[in-house]
Design a protein around this ligand. Structure first.
Ligand code: UT7
Length: 317
């Protein structure tokens, strides 16, 4: 017994920042960002925090399937841009939505949504839970260096959520980590210990763009090949692939290498930028509400990012 996704939700802050507006902060252009990344605009927090976004997406997902907060047995959340180290985002969601179940966060950066699903699958398998809420929420605008054109043009804020119920909708997964901080890191604020000899690093996202790009394309290709092979499936059996939205060119290149038509890959990066752990659940919610997902469809979710980690899975809708 695993789970099926019975509800989805999302929330993005109302403030939209266009590429042209970013030209006020950094030496860039709308043309460069559209061509090299595929982003046209992103939603950015003004008076809301990652916790606010998480709660709104969670409520949206619960309403989508008519699930009351009291029915939940488990909440898992993920963020790299939360308000506090403790309590976790999931604990704050639990309180604010009025749930009573246990709750914890995981940290797997942009790959977190699939790591959360896989973690939840274990609880379902052991019969510990019947309904679970999974939330990815990010206030990336808080942790990007707005003077670094290599990162600030890419990211956006938002949250996505899914409600899971015991079922047979989680088919298979592949999780990979290649640990290290050379390619992507987000240092914590270090504090002011009078005893520390470590020089504080700026608490902003550092990313070696090209290294990450190569890792992402290779990870997506090897994950999708493995999932198809291990499950005796071909790309024709898959209704849709929902990739982490980091760069449109990553998706196009992976599609070409896999010889899978790009139309099979869902893309919404133009509207939100890269929202890290929120990007796949936001995409799923858009697909769900627009009626593009049919019960029984096989869908591949594929994600990669800081860690470095990548994680992909097949779900049956
Ligand atoms: O979610 C976590 C995973 N993250 C990712 O998967 C991101 C993966 N990486 C990428 O998406 C791309 O590497 C970036 C979008 C970050 C950068 O694109 P790129 O095509 O790899 O650019 P580049 O770093 O090779 O830089 C090419 C040129 C450089 O100029 P020179 O040295 O050739 O004169 C950069 O300085 O583009 C310049 N550049 C920009 N120009 C205008 C870099 N950023 C910008 C910018 N506007 N925003």
């Amino acid at each position: 017994m695993s789970f099926s996704i019975i509800g989805t939700g999302m929330y993005v802050p109302p403030k939209i920042v266009t590429n042209d507006e970013l030209c006020k902060f950094v030496d860039t252009s709308d043309e460069w960002i559209r061509q090299r990344v595929g982003v046209e605009r992103r939603h950015i927090c003004t008076d809301e925090t990652a916790t606010d976004l998480a709660c709104k997406a969670a409520i949206n997902a619960l309403e989508n399937c008519g699930c009351a907060p009291g029915e939940l047995d488990l909440i898992i959340a993920a963020t790299v841009s939360g308000d506090m180290a403790s309590p976790s985002v999931s604990c704050m969601v639990q309180r604010r939505i009025g749930a009573e179940c246990f709750a914890f966060d995981i940290n797997a950066a942009c790959a977190a949504f699939v790591f959360m699903l896989d973690t939840a699958a274990g609880f379902f398998k052991r019969g510990r839970v019947k309904k679970a809420l999974i939330v990815g929420a990010e206030q990336m605008s808080k942790i990007v260096n707005w003077e670094d054109r290599g990162t600030c043009v890419i990211f956006g804020d938002g949250a996505g959520a899914a409600v899971l119920e015991a079922g047979d909708g989680y088919v298979d997964s592949v999780l990979t980590t290649k640990g290290g901080d050379e390619v992507i890191r987000i240092p914590h604020f270090i504090g002011k210990s009078p005893f520390s000899t470590i020089r504080p690093q700026e608490p902003y996202i550092f990313m070696e763009g090209q290294e990450t790009f190569k890792y992402a394309v290779n990870a997506m290709c090897s994950d999708i090949r493995k999932l198809l092979e291990d499950n005796n499936l071909t790309a024709d059996d898959i209704a849709l692939i929902v990739p982490h939205q980091a760069n449109k060119r990553i998706i196009d290149l992976a599609a070409a290498r896999l010889k899978i038509p790009t139309e099979k890959f869902y893309v919404n990066i133009q509207e939100y930028g890269n929202t890290s752990s929120a990007s796949i659940p936001i995409a799923l919610d858009e697909l769900n509400r627009s009626g593009r997902l049919k019960r029984g469809d096989l869908i591949v979710l594929t994600a990669f990012g800081g860690g470095l980690s990548n994680a992909s899975c097949i779900i049956k809708w």
